[in-house]
Design a binder for this molecule. Structure first.
Ligand code: WTA
Length: 655
């Protein structure tokens, strides 16, 4: 494979006369205005991208030291109205979703009008079950049309959706139902992924047993598994929406701009997951605008963002962004390897997808299976390829560009986070040359700052690495953690007074391009998905023979990072493969396959400071097989532990 060029600029010719934002000067004008005239700039964008029932009294109030941010005070709007109602009338037979089943024989098209109809009826069902404005609804559904339907139905009545990725297991689901204090759960009997069935309703049963406040479980019949429902707490989706008492139209609830639209749980470096809260006003504006500009999407184009709606990418670029812009997109239930490794490209060809968005881990996986899987399909409709979730390495960049992209598609490497709601640093296709591996320049309104961790000063030289902070609020940012503002403040605003902490490190080169170098906290990025060490550790210690564990990330060829677990067994337990397998099974069922440890290393003891804090950075180095520079080991209470860990590590094949 050839190396990628240092600068790629052919797209500037291809997007000339087409791009919404053309040329570096135009970008710089807009960007400067977005930073210098924050209120004027965002008021203009808010009118451009959204329909407001009532406009704001003021655009922005904030106090970063307290972690408080408020956009569009006094304004009123509704997310479901903005995604659906305002596209009705002329053109509402436009396709909102091309839905493609796990089984290639199954597919379906849903127009904006049909989506509107389904959302209204489901909103009616939720109301009939007593769901009110502000109530949380947990949605645990596979990638089927009913997933966006349920989300928009919540938004319509002002309920707060909390989507839990359907690949997560019952323990995770239980935690989220509990933490969000949801009384309603929307699920399916099962989900079909890669040709096998996952029994979602059984996971819900386990969870609901431990969440007695849940009074409604609505079950969509996806797989024909026919679980017995009690008919009181548990009802079938298809029966509920068919009730004659359910109205065809439910008026969208007037929502204040700062009212919560959804909760999405994400892993932070310590403790339990954080339920980040995103709002009706700012989030929607940011979702609509970034979708429009980063992918330069035109009204007639078809967009496909592959990540599951259970993650932020699916919320913003699979649901809200495209629907707000009235765009057609693809919703795919399955996985890229089923029935074969050409599945994505067969879907691109089938729907003539123009703009495509996925994670580097997928590209690395597909690249391993040869180029013919791509070239046997007609991918000539593709004009732009997006990347998200991890840094994209040169080989993956080149393969993505040369095969699906036929050597002509630019790669838009978007850096952002669950916390940010939408793209933060990303190339815009008409603006400037791309440097493969760099996510280019900040999006409008985003003011990044690199801080030298040793001195606490802003980094002064090009290419000097620093911790990445953001200086000003942007509309898409999360506002709080559900019922735990103090933890939110502490996690994001306490490191450096007045700045938002991203958890990543980055460099800025001599041309002003940003290069993300990875997390500097303990969050592990597995295939572009975030995992917190504490969550995996909590699952491991459920095993009766485990007394303690410490989980860290380590470099993994395909996934970017893999999960590496150090496990201490109770005295007298044998360090057997049987226990190893039990531990892996435990993590898979409690959290989900995504958290499967790549390696489990027995540790007679864990390296701790005298005050008992586990030294994770040291464990990260040992997991990576990087023994030369272990740092100051004198602070460890029992130094012999390290020698043992290194000796054990040498015997493990982890890559
Ligand atoms: C990482 C996913 C490098 C980063 C949208 C961030 C990236 C975390 C990129 C957020 C990228 C995301 N280049 N690293 N283009 N995009 N990351 O919350 O470490 O699941 O902090 O949001 O993924 O992950 P999250």
């Amino acid at each position: 494979m050839d190396k990628p060029p240092e600068r790629y600029d052919a797209h500037l010719t291809d997007f000339k006369g087409i791009a919404y934002i053309e040329g570096i000067d135009r970008y710089q004008d807009l960007y400067t205005r977005s930073i210098e005239d924050v209120e004027g700039f965002w008021a203009e964008q808010a009118r451009e991208y959204l329909s407001w029932e009532k406009e704001w009294d003021s655009v922005l109030h904030y106090d970063f030291e307290a972690g408080n941010v408020e956009w569009f005070r006094g304004a009123v709007l509704n997310a479901s109205f903005n995604c659906l109602d305002r596209h009705l009338g002329k053109g509402d037979n436009r396709v909102a979703y091309y839905w493609e089943g796990d089984d290639p024989a199954e597919s379906r098209q849903v127009t904006f009008r049909e989506l509107y109809r389904q959302v209204n009826r489901f909103a009616g069902v939720l109301k009939s079950r007593g769901v009110r404005k502000g109530d949380r609804v947990v949605i645990y559904l596979p990638m089927i049309v009913e997933l966006p339907v349920a989300m928009l139905a919540c938004a319509r009545i002002g309920a707060v959706h909390c989507v839990v990725f359907s690949g997560f297991g019952s323990e995770y689901l239980t935690d989220r139902i509990r933490d969000s204090r949801a009384r309603t759960v929307v699920t399916a009997d099962g989900s079909s992924r890669g040709g096998s069935i996952i029994r979602l309703k059984e996971n819900v049963d386990h969870a609901v047993q431990r969440c007695p406040d849940v009074d409604t479980v609505i079950v969509f019949d996806r797989c024909g598994l026919k679980p017995a429902l009690d008919g009181r707490r548990e009802i079938w989706w298809h029966e509920a929406v068919a009730q004659p008492s359910i109205p065809d139209h439910v008026a969208p609830e007037p929502m204040e701009a700062e009212d919560p639209l959804f909760l999405l749980y994400t892993s932070s470096s310590t403790g339990r997951p954080l339920g980040l809260v995103h709002t009706h006003g700012g989030y929607l504006l940011y979702a609509a605008m970034t979708t429009h500009l980063s992918f330069d999407l035109k009204p007639h184009e078809t967009f496909w963002s592959t990540p599951d709606v259970g993650w932020i990418t699916g919320h913003t670029y699979g649901v809200y962004g495209p629907l707000l812009n009235g765009l057609t997109s693809v919703l795919f239930e399955g996985v890229p390897r089923y029935p074969d490794f050409d599945r994505y490209w067969s879907i691109v060809a089938k729907y003539r997808v123009n703009k495509f968005y996925t994670a580097p881990t997928v590209i690395r996986l597909l690249a391993q299976h040869g180029t013919e899987n791509v070239t046997k399909h007609d991918t000539s409709s593709l004009k732009l390829l997006g990347s998200v979730g991890q840094p994209i390495d040169p080989e993956a960049w080149m393969w993505y560009h040369q095969y699906p992209g036929r050597g002509v598609c630019p790669i838009i490497d978007t850096w952002w986070q669950t916390e940010s709601g939408g793209h933060m640093i990303t190339p815009l296709p008409g603006v400037a040359a791309i440097k493969p591996g760099s996510c280019s320049f900040p999006f409008m309104g985003v003011d990044p700052v690199l801080i030298d961790p040793d001195t606490g000063d802003e980094v002064r030289f090009p290419n000097q690495e620093g911790a990445l902070f953001i200086r000003k609020p942007w509309p898409g940012m999360a506002r709080t953690a559900f019922e735990d503002h103090e933890r939110f403040r502490e996690t994001y605003f306490a490191r450096f007074p007045g700045l938002f902490f991203t958890g990543d490190a980055a460099k800025r080169d001599e041309d002003g391009y940003y290069w993300i170098t990875g997390r500097i906290d303990e969050v592990i990025n597995v295939s572009g998905y975030r995992m917190g060490p504490a969550e995996v550790e909590a699952a491991l210690v459920l095993h009766p023979q485990v007394t303690e564990s410490a989980v860290v990330g380590f470099p993994h060829r395909l996934k970017g990072q893999g999960i590496y677990a150090f496990v201490t067994l109770a005295a007298g337990s044998s360090k057997s493969d049987k226990i190893r397998k039990e531990l892996i099974d435990l993590v898979r069922t409690k959290i989900g396959p995504i958290a499967t440890p790549e390696a489990i290393q027995w540790a007679d003891g864990l390296p701790k400071t005298r005050s008992g804090k586990v030294l994770r950075q040291l464990l990260q180095k040992i997991a990576a097989g990087n023994f030369d520079n272990l740092g100051d080991t004198s602070i460890i209470s029992e130094p012999a532990i390290i020698e043992n860990l290194i000796r054990e590590r040498m015997g493990i094949d982890a890559s």
